[in-house]
Ligand binder design. Sequence first.
Ligand SMILES: Nc1ncnc2c1ncn2[C@@H]1O[C@H](COP(=O)(O)OP(=O)(O)OP(=O)(O)O)[C@@H](O)[C@H]1O
Ligand SMILES: O=P(O)(O)OC[C@H]1O[C@H](OP(=O)(O)OP(=O)(O)O)[C@H](O)[C@@H]1O
Ligand SMILES: [Mg+2]
Length: 284
Amino acid sequence: MIRIAIPNKGRLHDPTVKLFKEAGLPVLEGSSRKLFAKTTDPEMIFLFARAADIPEYVQDGAADVGITGLDLIDETDAEVEVMLDLHFGRAKLVLAVPEDSEIKTAEDLKNMRVATEFPNITEKYFKNIDIPVEVIKVSGACEMTPHVGIADAIVDISSSGTTLVTNHLRKITDVFSSSVYLISNAESSQREEKIQHIKTALESVLHAKQKRYLMMNVPSGKLETIKDILPGLGGPTVMKVESKNSTHAVHAVIDADQVFAIVSELKKAGASDILVVPIERMIP
Ligand SMILES: Nc1ncnc2c1ncn2[C@@H]1O[C@H](COP(=O)(O)OP(=O)(O)OP(=O)(O)O)[C@@H](O)[C@H]1O
Ligand SMILES: O=P(O)(O)OC[C@H]1O[C@H](OP(=O)(O)OP(=O)(O)O)[C@H](O)[C@@H]1O
Ligand SMILES: [Mg+2]
């Protein structure tokens, strides 16, 4: 049985459940209150855990794979295999000080106090730049600490930056860039082929999101021009259309960010009935 640890609540829960559904491994009968959930593969089971605990669950073998933030993985120093960046849950850990503080750079914080929910990452950061500081661990509401004299600076999560502004804090520098990753237990991942299948399934969703499937009709005389416009990604597929006029149907996969430019060119070159459709999964 392969145990997949996923965040039971918090902001990572919903996007994780959505991703597994798109990957063809839906979380069945799942609710955030349950501890386990089945999926369509009888040899896999989801285990719900706090995002911050998942690195240790995977390290200790309580789960074979897990989904959680890179910041939480780095903070716990868990010995896990980091398999795949899932490109959601992006956030930065930033070093910030009160707006009116005289501190301008991280170096100015020598022998000062830095409050954070991420003491290990913060220690590593200051060690790396060779500036001794006193790291104060808090478990929330970190933004408040410099205003009540507990700390001179903070290292906290920032994504839109709204919280910093609301709390009259000024960013000094980024300390860590995080997004959500698939991780695995090093021993399990060598033993279990299914872990690679999970990775492939999730990867196929990520690839598909960046691509579009393009379909169009082309007067047969214009076929070569159209083929030249389409980027050569192992295609296009060309089929003869049964109609009075000599027409071919052309299908191709293109990058989502090229759609605008390419569709305009195709139209100019004589293509008609152009359809652009999303792709659910792409398995190489
Ligand atoms: N704006 C954000 N604030 C906090 N964490 C974020 C943000 N954007 C992405 N994340 C990531 O989400 C993960 C934290 O998720 P977690 O479930 O522990 O906290 P949460 O969603 O704030 O829930 P709660 O604080 O209610 O427990 C981290 O990996 C973090 O990098
Ligand atoms: O840059 P922003 O978009 O404003 O996001 C950053 C804020 O969001 C998180 O707090 P959260 O809402 O999770 O509350 P918490 O501190 O109680 O966990 C984080 O701790 C920051 O305070
Ligand atoms: Mg939070």
